[in-house]
Design a protein around this ligand. Sequence first.
Ligand code: SF4
Length: 129
Amino acid sequence: MSSIEDNLKPNVILLSTSDLEQEIRQLAEELKNIKNSNDEEHKKIYTIIDNLTRNLTWINVAKSQGIWKSKTCKHVLNFACQAWNISDENKLGIPNEAIIINDDGTKRVVVSKFPEICIVCPLYEARRS
Ligand code: SF4
């Protein structure tokens, strides 16, 4: 495994275990108990939903940045990023359908299918043409 990928891995895993996921789990638990709810519990649920909405707004901003970077980065060739060689897409949270395997065995991410990888990528460089 390359040192570049060592740096990539924590970033992607960090996204997949976000505070948002925890909040969604918490919300699901709260909803299970809704039949016994009172005003106080309703307020708690609405506060959580407000937090989720705020976080989703920021996630959507980040996603739009990822899409823009995936479309303008000079490392993209035939829709795939040539800068990263992925060893284990499952551990990185990358969908299998976004991976292509080259003849030499290297795995590349099709960024048009998974632009999320571009969000935190430090290797971005604008394509000049
Ligand atoms: S921003 Fe990073 S992950 Fe995205 S195409 Fe460029 S080098 Fe690859």
